[in-house]
Design a protein around this ligand. Structure first.
Ligand SMILES: Cc1cc2nc3c(=O)[nH]c(=O)nc-3n(C[C@H](O)[C@H](O)[C@H](O)COP(=O)(O)OP(=O)(O)OC[C@H]3O[C@@H](n4cnc5c(N)ncnc54)[C@H](O)[C@@H]3O)c2cc1C
Length: 375
């Protein structure tokens, strides 16, 4: 019997696995994929998470590979409305590290393979979970039954483990659609993150390693067949900016915010997107999941070491991380509302608000919120 079985070897599952291995627990990860996903989703890694990556010995490699964003600017109608700097943040890492999610996942997987060789099994789909009071069991698609003291669902927003454990999941609302693509960086914005709050809706642009820039634009509807050229036209039409050659295809996504009612039920705990799906606008979903992992690892270590302390350690994890998820969702909801298409008096009011948020002392608070210093 393992101490902990983690279902899902995405960024949050592997981060938790590394933290538990460092704590000395017997942990195994079950992942349905046999090959890593090359979809680039998360790109921004915030300062508190760089400190967590330090605990597992990954920060140096990741920071060395990533592009460092030290400031962001907001524009409308060809004028800069405000500037937000991260360089004064009281941290060893006063920047947001930008790296495609598949590269981050690859660093985490390599680290876990080093900490616990063979500890991640690919090609294993978990179909069911059962709480047996003094331990838990997972059932795989091959009919295997595996036992552990605790099972963690890190299997993403469509979590089968959450469903199988009977843990409810609520839609929080706030749907929007976007189109995104990576292009060669023309060098116009250096390493600055740029938000264009235009009448037709927001366009966002972020630097990535290897001379690449990610561009994201809000759309009126989900456009799964739109091309990188069509996105380039939207960007040029709304902002006047020209992008470089496409590096990959455009992808359309719909933002949804949903969360579980609690993150623990008996011997099953939820972590990351399995517990809360946050809008990517603001770039916090993966980071929030890592903060969950940083709290869940010591709670599980305590629960394994001392059965009498288990219930309160896990309940505290659930309470604190649900509060953080609610705050992150509110913040993401605010980010989304700021980026909606807007005209007339509403545009004037929105721009006045942006200017207010961009001057001291509010800009320091906004920088703290944006970089997740209170989640
Ligand atoms: C377009 C976009 C941009 C984003 N940008 C950012 C950003 O800049 N910053 C940020 O912090 N977040 C961002 N996010 C959110 C981020 O991608 C997610 O929050 C993150 O991937 C969640 O990680 P996870 O490990 O919880 O789940 P997932 O990444 O979904 O991983 C779950 C894993 O579980 C496996 N799995 C699923 N079911 C089973 C099963 N039954 N058995 C075994 N294995 C299973 C899957 O194969 C997968 O590997 C973005 C998301 C999108 C869509």
């Amino acid at each position: 019997m393992r101490d902990v079985l983690i279902v899902g070897g995405g960024p949050v599952g592997t981060m938790l696995a590394c933290l538990l291995a460092v704590e000395g627990l017997d942990v195994e990860v079950l992942e349905q994929r046999t090959e890593p996903s090359m979809r680039s989703r998360a790109i921004g890694i915030h300062p508190p998470l760089l400190a967590v990556l330090e605990q597992i010995g990954v920060a140096e490699d990741l920071v060395g590979r990533a592009t460092h964003v030290e400031e962001g600017t907001v524009h409308c109608d060809g004028r800069m409305l405000g500037r937000m700097s991260f360089s004064a943040l009281p941290t060893r890492y006063p920047f947001v590290a930008m790296l495609p999610q598949y590269e981050t996942e690859s660093l985490l997987r390599a680290r876990f393979a080093h900490l616990r060789p063979g500890g991640l099994r690919g090609g294993v789909t978990v179909t069911d979970v059962r709480d047996r009071t003094d331990h838990a069991e997972v059932v795989t698609d091959a009919g295997e039954i595996l036992q552990a003291r605790y099972v963690v669902a890190a299997d993403g927003a469509r979590s089968r483990v959450r469903e199988s454990a009977g843990m409810p999941w609520t839609d929080v609302g706030g749907r929007q659609t976007y189109l995104m693509c990576d292009y060669a960086d023309t060098g116009m914005h250096g390493d600055t993150a740029v938000l264009y709050f235009e009448r037709g809706g927001v366009v966002e642009s972020f630097p990535l390693p290897d001379g690449t820039r990610r561009w994201v634009a809000i759309t009126d509807f989900l456009a799964p067949h739109a091309s990188s050229g069509e996105l380039a036209d939207i960007i040029r039409h709304r902002t006047g900016a020209a992008v470089g050659e496409p590096r990959g295809v455009a992808s359309a996504f719909e933002v949804q915010q949903r969360r579980a009612h609690g993150l623990v039920r008996g011997r099953v705990a939820l972590v990351g997107d399995a517990g809360h799906q946050i809008s990517p606008i603001g770039g916090q979903g993966m980071n929030l999941g890592w903060l969950d992992a940083a709290e869940l690892a010591p709670a599980l270590a305590r629960a394994v070491a001392d059965a009498d302390a288990a219930a309160s350690a896990l309940a505290a994890y659930s309470r604190r991380r649900m509060r953080a998820a609610r705050m992150a969702m509110r913040q993401a909801g605010f980010n989304m509302s700021m980026g909606r298409p807007v005209r007339g008096v509403r545009l004037v009011a929105r721009n006045a608000l942006v200017r207010t948020l961009a001057v001291p002392p509010t800009n320091a608070l906004v920088a703290r919120a944006f970089t997740m210093r209170w989640l």
